[in-house]
Design a binder for this molecule. Structure first.
Ligand SMILES: Cc1ncc(COP(=O)(O)O)c(C=O)c1O
Length: 420
């Protein structure tokens, strides 16, 4: 008989295998100081492009004060217990009502984490005869939700509406044969890696030909898209056609928690059947009160979103003008596509950090195909023109070095903070 622990230490997985050289630097880095455009990394100040603090709310003085006051008044324990048992409060219900109104839905339900919330919503609302049709690049929380689904699931090619239609035809045929079940389509408002918006308007239009319900994970669209910041549904003018609208508080709201908004009767059903909330302690009061403040600022301070977009467009245009490939982003998420091996990518990231003081995230094989590198830049309202200019200069210079083969190293440099 094999021993599970023995197997695990023989193979730490595709990313874990690099931990001896990467831990604390390429993976699990520690950024110190106030969350902002510039933070400290290993004792050096860096321009930070890897935080989803889109609106700059993380260090907004009103937010910091509200968080502090609510913590002083309630501590982190209140309210104790799961919402259903003893953990409900007027503040929780107020936040749900305000989120629902903002998203033009009848009701909403709070979730402690978006990841668990999406998984558990899929589990709660889909039965074994239901079919889920989903985008191939759906976030891990959607994929894990599908693992809980006992029925069929059909994937459509990323943002390919024709293929979505084909999968809807397959799903419809299966349901007609089974004589029971329905269809749930799941996609995203903005795909967080490439920054392209989901084709929500086109998918909603398919409702004239097919019977289905649509769930949209708008983690990156909430607060950043649409005239009021209500997200990708508002931006594309199809919020009505989204049956269940989801966002986390981990990005524009710079906090913790999430919500799902939709028709009152369905949200009530979820409230009484979502296992990740029923069997877990409710969101502590400082988070709820802090999220009410963030939502108020998000709604009443359009200048935050305007500054975010001014910065994003300046960065994106600057990259394009310098010949960089930023793909099809139509959100503030800014990917930069380059070619190179994992080792080269790490050497370039080191140069960017150590010599140019630019901190950004990279995505390499096995997350994306071999030979490709994606630098992912997240502009925020707290970045400055100077940050953008310095970054564009650094990218131009390091790209030249990459093309000249200056980063060709045979292995990932050993930058680990601790020895394993
Ligand atoms: C698209 C998307 N959905 C869901 C989540 C998970 O949200 P949370 O961090 O609240 O668990 C994330 C990441 O935060 C995300 O990017």
């Amino acid at each position: 008989m094999g021993d599970i622990f023995e197997r695990l230490v023989k193979n730490y997985g595709p990313l874990g295998q690099h931990r001896e050289r990467a831990h604390g630097y390429f993976a699990f880095p520690k950024l110190d100081g106030e969350i902002s455009n510039r933070m400290n990394f290993r004792g050096k100040e860096m321009i930070v492009w890897s935080l989803n603090n889109y609106l700059g709310l993380a260090n907004h003085p009103e937010v910091r004060k509200t968080d502090a006051d609510a913590s002083a008044q309630y501590g982190l324990a209140t309210p104790m217990g799961a919402r259903m048992m003893s953990g409900n409060s007027d503040y929780h219900e107020q936040l749900e009502a305000e989120l629902a109104a903002f998203e033009e839905k009848e009701d909403s339900i709070l979730m402690n984490y978006g990841y668990q919330g999406i998984m558990s919503t899929i589990d709660a609302i889909c039965g074994r005869h239901d079919v889920i049709v989903y985008d191939a690049e759906a976030h891990a929380c959607i994929i894990d939700g599908l693992r809980l689904h006992p029925g069929h699931r059909y994937v459509f090619k990323h943002n390919d509406v024709e293929d979505c239609k084909k999968q809807l035809e397959r799903a419809t045929a299966l349901i007609e044969k089974q004589k029971s079940g329905g269809i749930l389509v799941i996609t995203e408002g903005v795909f967080g890696m490439a920054g392209d918006q989901g084709k929500l308007k086109e998918i909603v239009a398919l409702k004239s030909k097919f019977d289905f319900r649509l769930l949209v994970d708008d983690a990156h669209g909430f607060g950043t898209l649409g005239e009021r910041g209500a997200g990708a549904g508002e931006a594309q003018g199809c919020q009505d056609g989204i049956d269940l609208y989801f966002s986390t508080f981990a990005k524009s709201m710079a906090s913790i928690g999430a919500f799902m908004a939709g028709p009152k009767v369905i949200i009530d059903y979820i409230r009484y059947n979502i296992r990740s909330q029923i069997f877990a302690k409710s969101l502590p009061m400082p988070f709820v009160i802090g999220n009410l403040k963030r939502l108020e600022l998000l709604r009443t301070k359009p200048e935050l979103k305007n500054t975010l977009w001014k910065n994003a467009l300046k960065l994106q245009q600057g990259l394009k003008d310098r010949g960089f490939d930023i793909g099809n982003t139509d959100s503030v998420v800014t990917p930069v596509y380059m070619k190179g091996g994992v080792e080269e990518a790490t050497a370039m990231v080191m140069d960017l950090r150590e010599n140019y003081r630019i901190f950004c995230s990279i995505v390499v094989y096995p997350v994306i195909p071999k030979g490709h590198i994606i630098y992912r830049l997240i502009p925020t309202a707290s970045h400055t023109d100077q940050d953008i200019e310095e970054t564009l200069k650094a990218f131009s210079e390091t790209k030249e070095k990459l093309v000249a083969g200056e980063y060709k190293v045979s292995m990932i440099p050993d930058m680990a903070e601790k020895k394993f």
